[in-house]
Design a protein around this ligand. Structure first.
Ligand code: GLC
Length: 423
């Protein structure tokens, strides 16, 4: 199991009072994907300097699935050792009982200027349980220099991507680049695979979103079979078998070392592939994800993270103040420029300095504002079960252990069983 800087077990010990965390005024949990932890620490340090308070920053596992189970252990035990949680856009409904209503602690108008859709997503039974910190949508990274070298256009469909990947991979290998691959993505059995596979399926006409807005299970359909069959064909053809164990960072590692033509990832990877240490700096461009056929639509899935205050915090007022500071326009602008984290405020997408640092925040604005949500609102507390069932099925299909049609058939029965329990 690959984690962030502190393995889950150690974090539990840390929050159990065995670390210096106990001495700080507040503790915040932050992600550690790419430069994420550093950016969090820098923001926290600014708040400390301004207020004189002290904050312990604890890092969490990179896999959103592992991060959720860690949070659930902490919150279910009603531990107040973490005051501020960085929570995924698909978790507010599920975690709401453990989180304070931030409207009780923040000034009126605290959510003015934020994307309404994210504020709505974070409002459960009238309570604002998290402030939007950064948003996310899946995008396609590609090596412009290599497309030019082979005289190829950027493909707009998944079938086109498959073909172009084959051509360039074959050419590069012939030229002696033996570990070169056409396409890398997130194929481990975790939340990231739910995202990737939903992007494939939702990009086909009538492919759907696993469960629709009315709670109907839609995933067992011919377009989904087509999408998963195509993806299963990528393994060992244009994607290394190891992709079945990749999260975001493993995919980035391969792409950034110059060993892949295409990569599916989130915007954060931009800052790193463009960094001075990157061997592919200035040879990369970013585009919307391909469509499922000519009649399909690009379907980058909505991601993103929010800051929430635990109900078990001893000082929710101070914790809410830290949240307000970290989600302020100023901090969001800094994070956009230094780390390519998507702001949750429309105005920052028109800021010249932000656009100079991350040009595709302007050119792909629509990809971010019309990103496809996962079915977390409609499935509520059952979302992790639905997502686990889905990514496990997809993983079996990609691994060659099940055909796409059989896999989706049994997934449907499993989802029906979950649905009968509630949602
Ligand atoms: C990114 C997204 C998050 C998603 C996760 C899956 O962190 O922002 O919403 O759940 O990736 O790996």
């Amino acid at each position: 199991m690959k984690h962030g800087l502190i393995p889950a077990g150690c974090l539990l010990m840390a929050v159990g009072g065995l670390s210096p965390a106990a001495a700080a005024d507040l503790t915040i949990s932050c992600g550690a994907v790419g430069a994420e932890l550093q950016l969090c620490q820098d923001g926290v340090a600014r708040w400390e300097a301004e207020t004189g308070h002290s904050v312990e920053v604890v890092s969490t596992p990179n896999s959103a699935t592992e991060r959720l189970s860690l949070y659930q252990q902490i919150l279910n035990s009603r531990s107040g050792d973490i005051d501020v949680f960085q929570i995924d856009v698909v978790w507010p409904g599920m975690l709401a009982p453990h989180l304070v209503d931030l409207r009780q602690h923040l000034p009126d108008g605290a959510t003015d200027g934020f994307f309404d859709a994210i504020v709505d997503n974070n409002t459960i039974d009238g309570q604002l349980v998290a402030m939007p910190w950064f948003t996310d949508a899946g995008v396609l990274y590609y090596r412009k220099d290599l497309l030019d070298k082979y005289g190829l256009e950027l493909p707009t469909t998944w079938a086109g991507l498959t073909e172009v990947a084959q051509t360039v991979q074959a050419g590069e290998r012939e030229a002696g680049h033996s570990d070169f691959w056409g396409y890398v993505f997130q194929g481990r059995a975790y939340e990231g695979l739910t995202v990737n596979a939903l992007e494939w399926i939702a990009s086909y006409p009538e492919g759907g979103t696993i469960v629709d807005d009315d709670g109907e299970i839609t995933v067992n359909n011919p377009q989904a079979v087509e999408a998963l069959s195509l993806a299963a064909g990528w393994i060992e053809a244009i994607s290394p078998r190891g992709v079945l164990n990749y999260t975001e960072e493993e995919a980035r590692g391969v792409f950034q070392s110059g060993n892949a033509l295409f990569m599916r990832n989130w915007p954060y990877a931009w800052d790193l592939v463009q960094s001075e240490q990157s061997s592919i700096r200035d040879r990369v461009e970013v585009a919307p994800l391909p469509t499922g056929g000519e009649d399909g639509q690009s379907a980058g899935v909505l991601g993103g993270w929010n800051l929430a205050v635990s109900r078990y915090s001893e000082d929710p007022e101070m914790a809410a103040d830290l949240v307000a500071f970290l989600t302020s326009a100023d901090e969001q602008k800094r994070r956009a420029i230094e780390g390519a984290y998507n702001p949750t405020m429309p105005a920052l997408y028109q800021d010249d300095e932000v656009l100079a640092a991350v040009p595709f925040f302007g050119t792909l604005y629509e990809t971010f504002t019309s990103a496809v949500p996962r079915p977390s609102a409609v499935t509520g507390d059952n979302y992790p079960r639905v997502s686990n069932a889905f990514f496990n099925t997809v993983h079996e299909v990609l691994s060659g252990n099940a055909a796409a049609d059989q896999g989706l058939e049994s997934l449907q029965s499993e989802l029906e069983r979950i649905k009968r329990r509630r949602w």
